[in-house]
Design a protein around this ligand. Structure first.
Ligand code: NAD
Length: 540
């Protein structure tokens, strides 16, 4: 359609021929299985992408290793300058790339553009890191000795600059990403990985290949201009097979995986079994707790965005809502008003007025349908959304009638939240919000923690004593513990990630960069004696 061609041509993606090469390792190629890119709002086939054959994957891994050997010797601040140029190139295409995210993934325009902005932001952060990724100098218990934590093999360099050890690059980073953030998750990884001096190879979701091609074109353009091998930021599109091959390859020093708990469990074991490094960003089952003293004019819209935004397909989406009994009727009545708002009708995600985009795929529809069937089988009270129609819109105009639109749903299960109820403990990656009422904060915190996942959590209160409990040792056990801020979304400045079955990984800001480098403790003896530590005497 002209709508799709306008978005694609603005990003230099040809619309004819319709089969595009989906592998980049310095050159574009692809002769593996065809991946189909489909617009989830209209069902239109956008392109077929030729994924990586096993031989192409093997070749790409070789190019990536060569690129790493080149890139690790570039001084970090110079690497930072290249990241700065990538930032500029991305910012120049922010709206166009954001539109492609909406077209291919299905999230609404403002969120698509926001996702590209996140990549821009993390580039800024990584430019700064390129001048501040330092190790430490540690006091030694032995006279005339210095311990440098960070540097490992450039001893002469250290002796010339004894106060300035730097952590070393790690090698090749493999990034496996999910469909719901087809740009930002790669951005978080690539920017930090480049600052660290690694080469990165990306296996995106098989249903968002065009986003990965567009991003790789922008990044490789900058690399070429700087005479840096393109395989510093390589791309291998493909499905499970390509993912498995990357995971198992000893040429990949670290795997950064974002996706479901089920696949993460396989990936984690596989990388661990070869003693590779692995970073896991898995499912979330995030709760918001609302106390009677909360400011409802802030809390209600935040829960609304958290549960309906991105059609419930964020890892940080609000899935569980725990309301204090005193405010529950008032809160739900206000929330229902927002759910019933005429602005919340299905629309083209590219139209700036649209608030409700489609689910991403048929598989995503199945997840929603199963969640509703399970609620009905458990005789849950459906407060809003999936009624007799099963949550589908029957009367949408063409071409949206072929889109994967569903009614955002609120349900009150009969079973009490707790570790044994599958309704409460499983992530349903769809716009379904599960509600329960509590009497004491302690009970709500117990429910918050009584799930395997530990990504995001949010408490709404004006009472500082509640805040103390919530962020303390008996508080929320999630990786993101918010107060008067919803569960959904995050800034790049803080390390992002979750605990427990969310995988314990941390990406983006904070100290996350420390995982992308190789650490060494180097004790250097500047003296004419060679004493053993702890006073051990080994003189014959
Ligand atoms: P998914 O697990 O189905 O797929 C993720 C990636 O793994 C894809 O690239 C896929 O091709 C690949 N893959 C599939 N099988 C594989 C295997 N056996 N070996 C190696 N790779 C394999 O996830 P999805 O449906 O694309 O994304 C939704 C999930 O991602 C949700 O659970 C969501 O919570 C999670 N997610 C988490 C975060 C986070 O930061 N914690 C962010 C976004 C999404």
């Amino acid at each position: 359609s002209s709508r799709a061609s306008a978005v694609l041509s603005a990003l230099d993606i040809p619309t004819t021929p319709t089969e595009l090469p989906g592998v980049y390792d310095g050159e574009w190629k692809g002769s593996g299985d065809l991946l189909q890119s489909v617009c989830p709002a209209t069902g239109e086939v956008l392109a077929d992408v030729k994924s990586a054959s096993p031989a192409e994957l093997h070749g790409a891994l070789e190019r990536t290793r060569e690129a790493y050997i080149y890139f690790r010797s570039i001084p970090a601040p110079r690497r930072g300058d290249i990241i700065r140029q990538i930032r500029e190139a991305l910012a120049a295409k922010r709206d166009e790339l954001g539109a492609l995210v909406s077209l291919e993934m299905g999230k609404i325009r403002t969120e698509g553009v926001g996702e590209v902005q996140e990549f821009v932001d993390i580039c800024d952060y990584a430019v700064g890191l390129s001048r501040t990724m330092n190790g430490r100098v540690i006091n030694s218990e032995r006279p005339g000795h210095t311990i440098l934590e960070g540097e490992s093999d450039r001893f002469r360099f250290i002796l010339a600059h004894p106060c300035c050890p730097v952590p070393n690059p790690l090698g090749v980073l493999g990034v496996l990403s999910a469909f719901n953030f087809p740009v930002a998750v790669y951005g978080w990884n690539l920017a930090i990985s480049m600052a660290a001096g690694n080469a990165t190879i990306w296996k995106p979701s098989p249903t968002t290949p065009l986003c990965s091609i567009a991003v790789t074109k922008i990044v490789s353009g900058v690399l070429e201009k700087n005479n840096v091998p393109g395989a510093v930021a390589g791309l291998v599109t493909g499905g499970k097979d390509v993912g498995e091959a990357l995971t198992q390859s000893r040429d990949v020093d670290m795997v950064s995986f974002t996706g479901s708990e089920n696949v993460g469990r396989i990936v984690g074991k596989s990388v661990q079994s070869r003693f590779g490094k692995v970073l896991l960003e898995l499912g979330g089952n995030n709760a918001a707790i609302v106390m009677p003293d909360a400011d409802l004019s802030l809390a209600v819209p935040a829960v609304f965005f958290g549960s309906v935004g991105t059609a419930g397909q964020r890892c940080t989406s609000t899935r569980r809502l725990y309301l204090h009994r005193a405010i529950a009727p008032e809160f739900l009545s206000r929330l229902r008003t927002l759910y019933a708002s005429p602005a919340l009708r299905p629309g083209d995600p590219l139209d700036p007025r649209t608030l409700l985009g489609p689910l991403h795929s048929r598989a995503a529809l199945d997840i929603f349908d199963n969640a509703i069937a399970e609620l009905k089988a458990a005789d849950a009270h459906i407060l809003v959304g999936a009624g007799q129609d099963g949550g589908r819109y029957e009367d949408l105009p063409a071409p949206l009638d072929r889109g994967h639109f569903v009614r955002p749903t609120i349900a009150a299960p009969r079973s009490k939240p707790g570790p044994t109820s599958a309704l409460w403990t499983t992530e349903r990656f769809a716009p379904v919000l599960y509600v329960a009422e509590f009497d004491e904060l302690e009970e709500a915190i117990e429910w918050n923690n009584a799930v395997p996942q530990g990504l995001s959590s949010s408490l709404w209160t004006r009472d500082v004593r509640h805040v103390g409990k919530w962020i303390g040792p008996a508080g929320s056990d999630a990786g993101i513990v918010n107060v008067n801020v919803g569960t959904s979304g995050a800034e790049i400045g803080a390390a992002f990630g979750g605990n427990k079955s969310t995988g314990w990984g941390r990406e983006s800001g904070g100290d996350a960069w420390k995982q992308y480098v190789r650490w060494s403790a180097c004790t250097i003896n500047f003296s004419d004696e060679a004493p053993l530590a702890q006073g051990v005497n080994f003189t014959p």
